[in-house]
Design a protein around this ligand. Sequence first.
Ligand code: 26Q
Length: 832
Amino acid sequence: MSDVPAAEAVANAKAAASDVPGYAFQHDVVRNLICRQARYPDIATPQDWYMALAFSVRDRMLARWAASTKTYAAKDVKVACYLSAEFLIGPQLGNNLLNLGMEAEAHDAMRALGQHLDDLLALEEEPGLGNGGLGRLAACYLDSLATLEIPAIGYGIRYEFGIFDQEIRDGWQAESTDKWLQKGNPWEIVRPDVSYYVSFGGRTESTTDAEGRLRVRWIPARQVKGVACDMPMQGYRVDTCNILRLWKSEAVESFDFQDFNAGEYYEAVEEKVVSETLSKVLYPNDEPEAGKRLRLAQQYFFVSCSLQDMLRLMDAKGTPIERFADLFAAQLNDTHPSVAVAELMRLLIDERLLSWDAAWDITQRTLAYTNHTLLPEALETWGLPLFQSLLPRPLEIIYEINRRFLDEVRRQYPGDEARVKRMSLIDETGDRKVRMANLATVGSHAVNGVAALHSDLLKQTVLRDFAEMYPGHFTNVTNGVTPRRFLMLSNPGLARLLDQTIGDDWTRDLARLDALVAHADDPAFHDAWRAIRRGNKTALAARIRNTTGIDVDPDALFDIQVKRIHEYKRQHLNALYIISLYRRLCRNPDLGTAPRCFIFGGKAAPGYAMAKLIIRLINGIAEVVNNDAAIKGRMKVVFYPDFNVKNGHWVYPAADLSEQISTAGKEASGTGNMKFMINGALTIGTLDGANVEIREEAGAENFFLFGLTAQQVDELKRAGYRPAEYAQGSDDLRDALDQIAQGRFSRGDKDMFRPLLDNLLQHDPFLVLADFADYVACQDRVSEAWRDTRQWTRMSIMNTARSGKFSSDRAISEYCERIWKTRPVRIDLAQP
Ligand code: 26Q
């Protein structure tokens, strides 16, 4: 509760309500409380105050939003459109206050009203409109686009239910539906006037029009209406406020209820229900059965609405269609929106009556594609029967794109039919499928991977033929994360210390953190650095105690692995190490090893049994280790439930060691690795994804490297990998596997982990056993390094100092210059 007495708070609210000068923001909050929430201050709940505060902050953004929109409409500017099935934007209130420079003002206003800002911030439900890295990347990019004053629109889906909430019951993951909209979303502005129809099913008909042109008419079986739901995306300390436009599906209101008899009435209602189902729920990735009809419908739905919206914006400006690609750059965030290639062609040809060649030229110049995975099983394909029945006209267009494209392949590579087969947009081996990565690549003028290694491997593996044919199209843009949310907002203590030490230039140009190098050996700076880190660890320890009941020591080494649970990310490698360390401690309780706290977090796709079993294993180990008095609290194991953006705010600033231990060649980039580094964690990692560049930037001496390289992984697999031999060759490893098999971590149940053990010993597709020994050795180097506090602190400082490259501002600048050709446009509120 606040230190302002209740009576005084109410008096303040009344004073604010009667517009006493100096109460401007308080006044807004109280007005919103009364006029929007229909609550009076004396009976308002914290939730009511949160809503009133959020509306007041939103009101401040509206003027900037209007100014931005007006400026973009009036000037000849190019707009970057980021098409993504996911935007994992996280809680908005704190970030908006930060970007508007209103934190102190809001804090004071709420205090005068008897409320604590931190308590209200904690009430916000996060919009979980994404699975993990890819969705969060899209959100970081919107923050950077607005901050760099680039005209931009994020286009996606307004899922009613986002990623599921995770609970741990009996050591197992239990899912529950995410009800983020239950209490309303104060950031959203629904625009019933901005809506489009999207067709599904039915058939096509060819006719010749009056001018003798061949025209195709799509006679759909049904249509769904997409309505725009906008969220403001405020730049940091600039007047630019862009929008995130998410589409919600609704029934087309073309029936008049009075004309129906009872039976038809219920059918009509059912039609409405089906239409609204489209934007109901986010699909989890890594679902074995992800190839659902509804998912393809979602993709087409949001892509079609977004492209129609761009065309409408162009019309409103009075720009001729031929200039479409000068007005918009559209980025495809993975293949999820890649049906845009066909849909833009359809809109230009069928609805705007352009010739094929003119339409193709515009399409290719507008679109660009980012690939986020090399895993062959994760490359999106859709069976032809499904595609045909849902999207008959777009499929016709895909066939025609393919026909022309394969003609070109044959021209360039005469006689190479194997190449034609590989490059075809249609996979003809087995059940015929549309290959979405091929479609996205052919329809784009630029294709990029998300880290240097990944972009190289992309050109050598899944897109090799395309890279040979269009070498100029391929480029790399290493991912980045926003330093506003992941440093300033979540680690305010460190941000303040940085300001005091090197000035605040780093907030707009993260490369300036390099100036910290000059302080890397300053003892006073070391003390301040460690004090902040200890505070962050204490705060995380309190959260761990509240959510799991486990007591952890803030002075222990916090060793953290948070990310989606997946075999390629190898949480089980970490688990095996923990078991081996535990055995060593049991045998020698006085072993001079530093106390360690192993913290895990992350969701497993509901249908991914192996991932769920890994969660169970971690919890099984935690149960044994945490309750063993003999090891004197020298190690603790925690599974922190429901890891999401909000929880991440507590986790990244408290980490000493960041676990980035994927099998080399499998993690496209990783972005959690960057969040940890910026906050001063050291990385233990393989040469995978952006780890390679993190190590380059930090310096090899400030990074714990282990494991096979991507090339060695490849060679070992080709030579015939026999995982059981590694188990035979290592006491440590054999013992760890044996203990699991004996039921040590499953309350005696010897069957529970059998699928996991069988898989490791017989297949081990991600080379856990092959990398185990080197991982253990590397962890021992970590423990050794931790003993030297001064040296560790220095390494921690060096990591933050050298993290500038991993700002999403740098990444977005590269997209703007190399791919989108977009430029900043100054928005000035002060100008009329
Ligand atoms: C696809 C079809 C049907 C249902 C779901 C999906 C689906 C949804 C989400 C497939 C994949 C995703 C998410 C992928 C993802 O997050 N990839 C990560 O992207 C990050 C940003 O580039 C990288 O840092 C990570 O390395 C990459 O794994």
